[in-house]
Design a protein around this ligand. Structure first.
Ligand SMILES: C[S@@+](CC[C@H](N)C(=O)[O-])C[C@H]1O[C@@H](n2cnc3c(N)ncnc32)[C@H](O)[C@@H]1O
Length: 244
């Protein structure tokens, strides 16, 4: 059995690379995590990507996503348990397929960034390859027309959960992902920060805000809430850079 993990960018069919299309074309069965309610737009985006780019026959198999502990006492262990449960669910489906089936996983953005698919494939013990995709980090930088690093300097890619710890450790140029609650609000008033924020990048409803964190945080919070009310979900990401 061959398994292709294919990064498909931010959801717009035009962001799928030629290399990714070549992989998608080889796939017989796409396995997709069925996350339940609230991701209707994402399911539509996936359907459109396959409709636009795959000409041959294929099947899409929805694999119910295992329940996840959202407030665990130990975050690392909870995530590992969840990856294992996910791998078991996929294993059951793979065991029911003929051994010469080519299986594909569509991965949002790039598979190397905050995505469990590579770890799950490792746990499955299958032979797999990875095709890179346009990440939300690249989309954010392009939409704001910025370079992520200062000249010759580092950039820390982190999560809302880890932001305070990273800043306390000295990071002053960061990309923040997976932040459901605008963790950057806690830095308001601490020192001058510039923020470059983007939500639902690559979609028709892409929103961008840039400016002094203290000045624009309320505007960002209100646009974020409005997007969430309209779509049932919002995905956002930002660069936070201390002004020198
Ligand atoms: C589970 S991670 C997946 C990241 C993905 N592998 C990538 O390369 O962008 C989800 C996070 O990525 C960011 N993200 C993904 N797609 C986005 C989009 N279209 N607009 C803004 N942020 C996005 C958000 O920070 C979101 O919380």
């Amino acid at each position: 059995m061959k398994v292709h993990l294919v990064g498909v960018g931010g959801g717009h069919p035009d962001q799928v690379t030629v290399q990714a299309i070549e992989k998608l074309q080889q796939v017989d069965v796409f396995l997709v995590a069925d996350k339940g309610d609230g991701v209707g737009d994402l399911a539509e985006a996936r359907t459109e990507i396959l409709r636009r780019h795959v000409t041959g026959d294929y099947r899409v198999v929805q694999v119910p996503d295992p329940a996840r502990d959202r407030k665990p006492s130990d975050y690392g262990t909870a995530v590992t348990d969840w990856h294992e449960a996910r791998a078991r669910a996929y294993r059951e489906v793979l065991d029911g397929l003929p051994s010469d089936t080519v299986v594909g996983f569509l991965v949002w953005g790039d598979p190397s960034l905050y995505d469990s698919t590579i770890r799950v494939a490792e746990q499955l013990g299958v032979e797999f390859d990875v095709t890179p995709g346009v990440s939300s980090v690249s989309m954010l930088a392009a939409s704001h027309r910025i370079v992520l690093n200062r000249i010759g300097g580092p950039i820390v890619i982190t999560t809302g959960r880890a932001l305070q710890k990273d800043v306390a450790a000295g990071a002053d140029n960061l990309v923040v992902m997976l932040d459901g609650g605008l963790a950057c609000r806690e830095l308001v008033g601490s020192r001058p920060w510039d923020i470059y924020w983007g939500a639902n990048l690559g979609t028709e409803d892409e929103k961008l805000v840039a400016g002094d964190l203290d000045d624009v945080i309320d505007e960002i919070a209100s646009i974020r809430a409005e997007l969430k009310a309209r779509h049932g979900w919002v995905m956002d990401i930002y660069v936070l850079r201390a002004r020198r």
